[in-house]
Design a protein around this ligand. Structure first.
Ligand code: FE2
Ligand code: FE2
Length: 135
């Protein structure tokens, strides 16, 4: 894995969601850099707490918009969020039970989220919301 750079592929053209997605990139890169410097185990607790908090905050933002405008695939999108939330909580659980591999697993989790969920399912709802006038 390497640093993840924001690029045009990730842009939904919905300002608040793009800003939140960029924050997830920043969390990934913060953890990645700490690990490169050998400090992964020192920062992982703090990073994971913020990942879990930000997950809840970000998913709530998207789900509110999808619900408000009646997105046909809202339920499926929520289900993907629920699965990602479970994965984040499982990482916290692993961390608390002393698993040493959590930092790398967290990087993989964030990378998968950014590259699969955002470029797949989030990208898919963007034209729908933009069509409804969301910017
Ligand atoms: Fe998202
Ligand atoms: Fe999403």
């Amino acid at each position: 894995m390497s640093l993840l750079m924001w690029d045009a592929r990730y842009t939904l053209n919905i300002a608040e969601i793009d800003r939140q997605h960029q924050k997830l990139f920043a969390l990934f890169n913060e953890l990645y850099e700490a690990m490169q410097q050998g400090h992964g185990n020192e920062v992982i607790d703090d990073v994971l707490t913020r990942v879990v908090d930000y997950t809840a905050y970000h998913f709530a933002t998207e789900e509110k918009l999808l619900h408000q405008y009646g997105y046909a695939e809202e339920a499926a999108h929520r289900a993907e969020h629920a699965k990602l939330t479970e994965q984040a909580k499982a990482l916290v659980h692993k961390q608390r039970s002393g698993n040493a591999q959590v930092a790398i697993a967290t990087l993989k989790f964030l990378c998968d989220w950014l590259n699969n969920h955002i470029l797949g399912s989030d990208k898919k709802f963007a034209p729908f919301l933009i069509e409804k006038g969301v910017r």
